[in-house]
Design a protein around this ligand. Structure first.
Ligand code: CP
Ligand code: NVA
Length: 303
């Protein structure tokens, strides 16, 4: 059987994703009840971080520990990854010694090349194109608060970035409607947009996209690797802030999500971030539970 990877939400079927969310809710309950659950005893996850991280690193490291295994942190600064050793060669070497590889990097092709040359499962911990692990946590958070998301309306306000692309994939996998509001020139990838078909609509007004939404989501205006554009983007995206007026267009019981880190006063006001509608802390915590379910699915010894 070929090695199973998680580079995109679309690597799993809708049924598998729903099963993963149910499993995540179950492992969360086990943890809260103090029930030990260590199916990955003796397993090792290599974690390659070519970009910064707080949540992804802590959640995968804590998750492996709680599942009975261990995680190994690798950065380009103190490995040969930063000195030009081809990713193909790194993949063959690292995967000969560990049970799974998590990678956060720039170009998505780097993750694909890693996976093609790895004999163990590879997990996308964020690329310039996608951030699928975050969507597992976001979907878990929605399912816990509101039940199934099929048929709901989600408003994505801001940059057509890696998170937006993963929301497009999630709209397909979980069957919800997605309204995307972003400035001209910052739309998501057109092929991905088309892949979403009728479920996805593109807007150039935050107010319009948020109308009657059940969930409002945003992210930073300048992603990692775009630091030099930060000032320009603050001007370009000024009318795409999620604030009280934007939230007022959505349903009264609409939720607000943000993958974090957030720039208060830019893409979202402090007021919205800290409001009763905001589930950002649950969302961040669910990174741990959702990824434990993912790790168990991918790394569990076959019986
Ligand atoms: N949301 C997220 O992936 O956070 P980190 O960049 O801190 O890992
Ligand atoms: N779009 C952001 C997400 C951070 C978790 C970035 O890529 O920097």
């Amino acid at each position: 059987m070929s090695t199973r990877h998680f580079l995109s939400l679309l690597d799993f079927t809708s049924d598998e994703l729903r099963a993963l969310i149910a499993q995540a809710i179950d492992v969360k309950q086990k943890l809260k009840q103090g029930i030990s659950h260590t199916p990955l005893t003796g397993k090792l996850l290599a974690m390659i971080f070519e970009k910064s991280s707080t949540r992804t690193r802590v959640s995968f490291e804590a998750g492996m520990y709680q599942l009975g295994g261990q995680a190994m942190f690798l950065s380009p600064r103190d490995s040969h990854l930063g000195r030009g050793e081809p990713i193909e060669d790194s993949a063959r070497v690292i995967s000969s010694m560990v049970d799974g590889i998590l990678i956060r990097t720039f170009g998505h092709d780097r993750i694909e090349t890693l996976a093609q040359n790895s004999r163990v499962p590879v997990i996308n911990g964020l690329s310039d194109l996608l951030h699928p692990c975050q969507l597992l946590a976001d979907m878990q958070t929605w399912f816990e608060q509101r039940g199934d998301i099929a048929g709901a309306t989600v408003a994505w306000i801001g940059d057509g970035n890696n998170m937006c692309h993963s929301y497009i994939n999630a709209a397909l996998s979980f069957d919800f409607n997605l309204r995307i509001a972003c400035p001209t020139g910052h739309e998501p990838d057109s092929a991905m947009l088309e892949s979403g078909g009728d479920r996805i609509s593109l807007h150039h007004s935050a107010i319009e996209a948020a109308m009657n939404a059940d969930l409002v989501v945003t992210d930073v205006w300048a992603s990692m690797g775009q630091e030099e554009e930060q000032q320009q983007r603050i001007e370009t995206f000024a009318s795409y802030q999620v604030n009280r007026q934007v939230m007022a267009q959505a349903h009264k019981d609409a939720l607000f999500m943000h993958c974090l880190p957030a720039h208060r006063g830019e893409e979202v006001t402090s007021e919205v971030l800290e409001s009763a509608q905001s589930v950002i802390w649950e969302e961040a915590e669910n990174r741990l539970h959702a990824q434990k379910a993912l790790l168990e699915t991918l790394l569990r010894p076959s019986v």
